[in-house]
Design a binder for this molecule. Structure first.
Ligand SMILES: Cc1ncc(C[n+]2csc(CCOP(=O)(O)OP(=O)(O)O)c2C)c(N)n1
Ligand SMILES: [Mg+2]
Length: 380
């Protein structure tokens, strides 16, 4: 299986729809893009989005991928509710931030390409990198055909070597330490590639996060890392308030002389422009950079908290599509067509995945540290 040839895998109808919309839009949108510093806007349902100097084609492509990712996540929740899966956790509400990461990453395998150390809200990034919907559904439904884990992990815990997607880990925060390793390898290879790490606000309380800042910023040994935090102001049911002495999480990076900024992660244009600027900086200097993105959490923490739609927080897709419609970059009818083409694709993928087998017991020791004293608990 290879993801390397596509930026976005679409069904024929969704693909045709996207091409049709883009071909009609040739002009550049000229609007100001101001960085939202230290905004708590993610917690309100009022739109805070700007439009930058991005071509219509990119704006529409981002909206298209954001919708695709949302449709997929909502399908995963339905699969859970139908009793066809055990657990859901994912990234609805983080599309405006995750899609630009996927579009901007230097995709491929090995140290000459970017490594991505993502957490469990990363579907938008992987959809933007070309992961087919069906592969996410296979993981959700624990099908043997799931390319990430052979049906052995739960939703959004991807692992895609062809795209340098390191395994998503359930223990929070560990990805910050692991990312140091690939960044070291990239630095040693003299590549312009970078290691990108994402995580949640509560996970920054882990020692791995502090270690990451320390090891990424040693004088004359700085590492080419984009260190990010998606701040949704929640750690399951613990609110951000009362847990942080610092004003912004990004302020912590400044103590290590790491360049850092805060962005409105509900705004895909602001996120795209900030990510591009920081990725360019890291590739050029070999030094780390830090971005804190304020994001929404639109279906609560996970299925453990009900996975119900939260209407009090900004929905970045609604804000962005309203904006593009009001600027006549896309019509409402075209937006609706994008939604329904992806709904159709997700439904079809679910039906197909349903027919695929579950992993069998004889594969239980595959891909673990087999043949060592710890490999089989029955021999402890
Ligand atoms: C080391 C560890 N401790 C506790 C947990 C249980 N846990 C799972 S998600 C989570 C909250 C994470 O919050 P945050 O880092 O803000 O990410 P978010 O889920 O809000 O995106 C916790 C405490 C865990 N998975 N790993
Ligand atoms: Mg959080």
């Amino acid at each position: 299986m290879s993801y390397s040839k596509t930026t976005s895998s679409k069904s024929n109808s969704a693909k045709a729809n996207f091409a049709k919309v883009v071909s009609k839009k040739k002009s550049l949108v000229k609007m100001s893009s101001k960085s939202v510093k230290s905004s708590k806007s993610a917690k309100s349902n009022t739109s805070t989005q700007s439009l930058g100097q991005l071509p219509d084609k990119t704006l529409i492509q981002m909206l298209d991928l954001m919708i695709k990712s949302r449709v997929l996540e909502e399908r995963l929740i339905k699969i859970y509710r139908a009793g066809e899966s055990y657990f859901w956790i994912g990234g609805p509400g983080e599309e405006a931030w995750g899609v630009p990461i996927g579009l901007l990453a230097n995709k491929g395998q090995g140290v000459k390409h970017d490594f991505l150390h993502l957490h469990y809200r990363c579907t938008p990034t992987l959809i933007a990198m070309g992961m087919p919907m069906k592969d996410s559904i296979r993981l959700m439904m624990n099908r043997v055909t799931d390319p990430s884990t052979g049906g052995r992990n739960f939703s959004n815990h991807y692992c895609i070597p062809e795209m340098n997607i390191a395994p998503v880990t359930s223990p929070i925060g560990v990805q910050y330490g692991i990312a140091l390793g690939t960044a070291h390898a990239q630095k040693r290879a003299g590549a312009k590639a970078i290691s990108i790490v994402t995580g949640g606000d509560a996970g920054t309380a882990e020692g791995d996060f502090a270690s990451c800042l320390i090891w990424a910023s040693r004088k004359d040994n700085e590492l080419p890392m984009l260190i990010t935090v998606q701040n949704n102001y929640w750690g399951i049911s613990t609110s951000y308030e009362g847990q942080h002495g610092e004003t912004n999480i990004a302020d912590r990076a400044r103590g290590f002389n790491i360049r850092s900024r805060v962005v409105n992660g509900n705004d895909p244009v602001e996120s795209y422009l900030a990510l591009k600027e920081e990725m360019d900086y890291i590739r050029k200097t070999g030094k780390p950079s830090f971005i804190e993105a304020k994001v929404s959490r639109l279906y609560g923490h996970s299925s453990a908290s009900g996975a119900n739609l939260v209407t009090s927080e900004e929905d970045c897709i609604k804000s962005f599509s309203d904006k593009l419609v009001s600027k006549k970059i896309i019509t409402e009818k075209e937006v609706k067509a994008i939604w329904s083409a992806y709904e159709e694709e997700a439904l079809r993928a679910t039906e197909e995945a349903r027919g695929e087998g579950a992993p069998t017991s004889d594969s239980i020791w595959d891909h673990v540290f087999a043949d060592n004293e710890n490999s089989d608990w029955r021999k402890f």
